[in-house]
Write a protein that binds this ligand. Structure first.
Ligand SMILES: NC(=O)c1ccc[n+]([C@@H]2O[C@H](COP(=O)([O-])OP(=O)(O)OC[C@H]3O[C@@H](n4cnc5c(N)ncnc54)[C@H](OP(=O)(O)O)[C@@H]3O)[C@@H](O)[C@H]2O)c1
Length: 278
């Protein structure tokens, strides 16, 4: 069965829009793009469209590649101070001359809609209420939407980035799963992925996960987005693996739209936190 991220994301987007309208929330996101990375430009454009759909105002910053780290940090500091700005998103990756960790951690954690500051990541480790980054949040929401049991399940996540693999592992732990994280130095990866009741692929290698790496009946979540000659594909060999998986998310129309919808939820949550709305 297909885990339909597009449909689920549309439902979340609609309920977010209804909430914003009903409660008359006035929300503004500062969306900062540095340079001209074509993929980043597409992501930023999609985020702007999604915000417009639900009535979130976007204050866009398109900064040239040569922007200094100090200039960027000053813009973030201004956004931190500005009561009209409820969320701040700096599109990654940043140009090579910038220290991403330093830039991210300049963001006020209450406005950190991507959940990437050490404060918000630390809260996630501590099991405290926080903003979890959008892709991991989207993965859990998608699985729950399809009533997939997480408690006691063997979850194998391949990929350990701070954006996807690590926070996702913590969210699965919060949901009582037994979690294994694999990465590029993992030995005998196939033996581990074969044990997974739920396999999450997040490495950025087209069709890396072949049918012999997946247990019959497993749930497979494909986070990867890879550009190949014929278009976009995930990290999983969808054609073959979908024959043996019980559930599988496609690429596109899987985790991608869930990420955007979850970002909208994160922006609303930041706003509510700032306004002390329970
Ligand atoms: N759908 C969405 O909305 C969404 C959102 C974010 C990212 N993505 C996609 O998800 C993928 C991963 O993104 P990311 O930001 O997490 O990437 P990343 O920062 O490049 O991390 C990739 C991870 O995969 C591991 N890895 C690479 N090759 C491997 C291999 N052959 N075997 C096992 N592990 C391997 C790396 O291990 P090491 O740590 O050992 O290097 C690293 O932990 C990309 O395709 C990206 O485009 C999609």
């Amino acid at each position: 069965m297909i885990l339909d991220g597009k449909k689920t994301a549309e439902e979340i987007t609609l309920s977010t829009k209804e909430l914003i309208e009903k409660e008359n929330y006035k929300i503004t996101l500062a969306l900062i793009l540095v340079g001209n990375n074509p993929a980043s430009e597409i992501y930023v454009r999609n985020k702007k469209i999604a915000c417009a759909k639900v009535g979130i105002e976007v204050k866009g910053y398109n900064l040239p590649e040569v922007t200094s780290e100090e200039e960027l940090i000053n813009i973030i500091k201004d956004c931190n101070k500005d009561d009209e700005v409820n969320g701040i998103l700096v599109q990654m990756p940043l140009p090579k001359h910038m220290d991403e960790t330093k830039v991210i951690n300049t963001i006020d954690p209450k406005k950190d809609v991507d959940g990437l500051t050490v404060i918000n990541q630390g809260k996630l480790i501590g099991g405290l209420p926080t903003i979890a980054s959008a892709t991991p949040r989207g993965v859990i929401t998608l699985l729950k939407k399809y009533d997939i049991e997480l408690t006691g399940k063997n979850v194998v996540i391949v990929g350990r980035s701070i954006l996807v693999g690590k926070p996702l592992a913590l969210l699965f732990l919060q949901n009582n799963s037994t979690v294994t994280i694999c990465h590029s130095k993992t030995k005998n990866i196939k033996e581990i992925t074969k044990q997974a009741d739920i396999l999450v692929a997040a490495i950025g290698k087209p069709k890396f996960f072949t049918v012999d790496m997946v247990k019959e009946g497993a749930v497979v979540v494909d986070v990867g987005i890879n550009r190949i000659e014929s278009g976009i594909c995930g990290d999983v060999d969808f054609e073959e693996v979908s024959k043996i998986a019980s559930f599988i998310s496609p690429v596109p129309k899987g985790v991608g739209p869930m990420t955007i919808a979850s970002l909208l939820e994160n922006i609303v949550e930041c706003y509510k936190m700032q306004k002390n709305i329970l």
